[in-house]
Design a protein around this ligand. Structure first.
Ligand SMILES: [Zn+2]
Length: 166
């Protein structure tokens, strides 16, 4: 678990991962538990907005979810990555060759998180895919000449998919 936090270079993402691992993301379920929100339900789907709903099953992220899964498949990873366990704990995090995959997973969950506030808790439309591509590109820029071949390929696939998104 430590390693999955370490593998992100960006402090914003580190702080986010800390919140995610300690279940203190401001989902409506948590806000309701902390007596800050009157309802634990997702404003869009009217189902309990826990981490699983927030990051995996909310209707607002299904199109995005399809695109990222498709991109993983094209990169040779057929596993369904858009599940909470992967977003929380990463993919084979003790094996160095999967570091890029884990960077991508962190950025996917971070993009979902950032888009949540930017869309006013999912009441307004927001382009998560665009955000995710921007965050991945930032990571490449900050990677100090590391090749990050997989991340580069992943960005290319997402960028192509962008044109087919509703
Ligand atoms: Zn929802």
């Amino acid at each position: 678990m430590q390693k999955s936090v370490k593998s992100c270079s960006d402090n914003r993402i580190k702080q986010f991962k800390y919140k995610l691992l300690h279940n203190i993301i401001a989902t409506n379920e948590n806000l309701h538990r902390w007596k800050i929100a009157s309802s634990p339900l997702c404003k869009k789907c009217h189902l309990t907005e826990n981490n699983e709903h927030f990051f995996v099953s909310c209707e607002c992220i299904q199109d995005f979810s399809k695109v990222i899964n498709h991109a993983f498949t094209l990169c040779g990873y057929a596993t369904n990555f858009q599940v909470l366990k992967r977003l929380l704990f990463g993919y084979k995090i003790y094996q160095k060759q999967y570091i890029d995959i884990n960077i991508i997973l962190n950025i996917i969950s971070f993009s979902i998180y950032k888009s949540y506030m930017a869309s006013e808790r999912r009441l307004k439309p927001y382009n998560i895919l665009k955000r995710c591509i921007e965050e991945l590109s930032l990571t490449i820029m900050h990677s100090n000449g590391n090749k990050n071949k997989l991340i580069t390929k992943y960005i290319e696939i997402l960028s192509q998919a962008k044109h087919h998104m509703p």
